[in-house]
Design a protein. Sequence first.
Length: 153
Amino acid sequence: MKASEKIKELGLQLPPAPPPAGLYRPILVIDNFLYVSGQGPVLKDGSLYTGRVGDDLDLSQGKTGARHVALTMLATITTHFGDVDRIKRLVKTLGMVNCTPDFKDHPLVINGFSELMSDVFGPENGVGVRSAVGMMLPGNIAVEIEAMFELHK
C-alpha cells in the first residue's frame, strides 16, 4: 500500500507545516535522498507541544510528542516536497528529547516517531538507523527530530 493511502487508512490528520524558524531549508533533495531539517511537535491548531520529559512530562507524554513530530514531518514533506509516495524508505533518524539530566529512556520516547513511520511506510521501509539523545530544546518543545529518506528512482 502506498504511504498516502496508509495515511488515509490510519485516519492521520497532519498539522500545518511550520515555517522555517531561521536561515535553513525545511527539506533538501540531493541525488536520491530527501533530508528533512529538525522538526518540532506541531499540533493541529498550529501550537507546539511543549514540556520537559522527567519534569512536567512523563515518558508516555514524551512519546506522544515524538508522534506529533512524525505528523509534523509528514506535513513538511507534503508541503515542501510533494508526493510522500516518492519516498522509498526512511534511512536515518536523529531524535532529540527535551529532558532532565537524570532521564535515561530517550530511545523509548523516540519510538513514538519510529512507530508511526513504520505504520506509514511499513516495517521494512519505515525503520532505519537511529540515534536518540537528551538535551535542552528551543522554545521548550518536547522533542525535535531530523530525518533522511531514500527516494524512488
